[in-house]
Design a protein around this ligand. Structure first.
Ligand SMILES: Nc1ncnc2c1ncn2[C@@H]1O[C@H](COP(=O)(O)OP(=O)(O)OP(=O)(O)O)[C@@H](O)[C@H]1O
Ligand SMILES: [Mg+2]
Length: 202
């Protein structure tokens, strides 16, 4: 049975860090899975979209539709996207059925301190319009399936919470019943670069 695991939260809240960790673990356990990170999708699939409410909602619907296609083919979809608006997240939940929301929760003052991309500094200086949490809304989930407090937990603690939740719901088998896969990110990087040299991918 396949499912969509959707990480939502403000910029810097830990969506990329945590979702990638979970995705790699799901792959290691032998499941087919794909990782849809907001930044990668915007760069390759939603280049024309900006950050108005309309454009953000379109991007979230696209991610929902790709997830539907993946799930239909038995592939777990792990999504990381700010996805600030509740209504469109809830629409995806309804359409996808097997949908779990992970709320990466971190207060603004901690995000401003953390600021891994230096974006809050620029947003607070008024250099970035429509910046979530500063000059644009973020509507937190009312009933997230998993709620991680990334200002209070380590990455490994938040990761463990997500994995325990997936196991508790029977979406993942216990590790001793999984066919572990030898997937290795370094190998994938090497293969990608070899294929790019041959002109098969960018
Ligand atoms: N429990 C935690 N879970 C996830 N990240 C954490 C946690 N604790 C600390 N961090 C740190 O917080 C930062 C989160 O950055 P990350 O790029 O993952 O955020 P993001 O939500 O993907 O932001 P953006 O929306 O801008 O892409 C990382 O530096 C990470 O190491
Ligand atoms: Mg990210």
């Amino acid at each position: 049975m396949s499912f969509t695991l959707w990480f939502t939260g403000m910029s810097g809240a830990g969506k990329t860090t945590l979702s990638k960790r979970v995705y790699l673990e799901i792959r290691r356990l032998g499941y087919r899975a794909e990782w849809l990170d907001g930044d990668l999708i915007r760069a390759n699939f939603s280049q024309e979209l900006g950050f108005s409410k309309r454009d953000r909602d379109i991007n979230v619907r696209r991610l929902g539709f790709i997830s539907h296609l993946l799930n239909k083919n038995g592939i777990v979809s792990v999504v990381a996207a700010i996805s600030p608006y509740r209504e469109v997240r809830d629409t995806n939940r309804r359409l996808l059925g097997n949908y779990l929301e992970v709320f990466c929760d971190c207060p603004l003052d901690a995000l401003v301190k953390r600021d891994p991309k230096g974006l809050y500094k620029r947003a607070l200086a008024g250099e970035i319009p429509n910046f979530t949490g500063v000059s644009d809304p973020y509507e937190p989930p009312l009933h997230p399936d998993v709620h991680v407090r990334t200002d209070q937990e380590s990455v490994e603690e938040s990761f463990a919470q997500v994995m325990a939740n997936l196991r508790g719901r029977g979406l993942l088998l216990p590790e001793d019943q999984c066919v572990l896969c030898e997937y290795c990110e370094e190998d994938e990087t090497a293969w990608r670069s070899w294929l790019a040299d041959l002109g098969y991918c960018r």
